[in-house]
Design a protein around this ligand. Sequence first.
Ligand SMILES: [Zn+2]
Length: 167
Amino acid sequence: MQYTLIRSRRHSLSLQIGVGGRLLVRAPFLYPKFLIDRLISQKQAWISKHQTNLAKPRPSPHRFIPDEELKKLIQTHVHHYSAVMGLTPRSLRFTHVKTYWGSCSPKHVLSFNLQLAFTSRKIVEYVVVHELSHLKWRGHGQRFWALVTAHYPATPQVKKQLRALPH
Ligand SMILES: [Zn+2]
């Protein structure tokens, strides 16, 4: 079995599975190589178990929700806030366009970007309130922001978070 040996002033031996499943062995400076090899063959089962775990495909670290659940979450928020705000869209669309998180067409169709799956629950809720508010006010004027903030008080914080996101 191949491994990377890192010798240092430490007093004991340790095994670690690094990036890409590579085995890292940390050992004291004078620790004999044959003892390291023996330990590795004894720990074979542990090593392969951890290497297999690492090789499994994992969801992207930034995604907090699968697409289908995201759609349901958006629908739930739209339903709730439509009733509360008295603003009902004609229909909903889901897109993968990267230039916006949500949009509101002149025909009152709201679009939501499925890339929202890489943001957070708070941001999704905020985007729903933002787009619903456009059913009343087209631009981003004072009255628009007053409406958004009235229904989503954490708006200033979420806007800050959105600005910090890489696009
Ligand atoms: Zn807007």
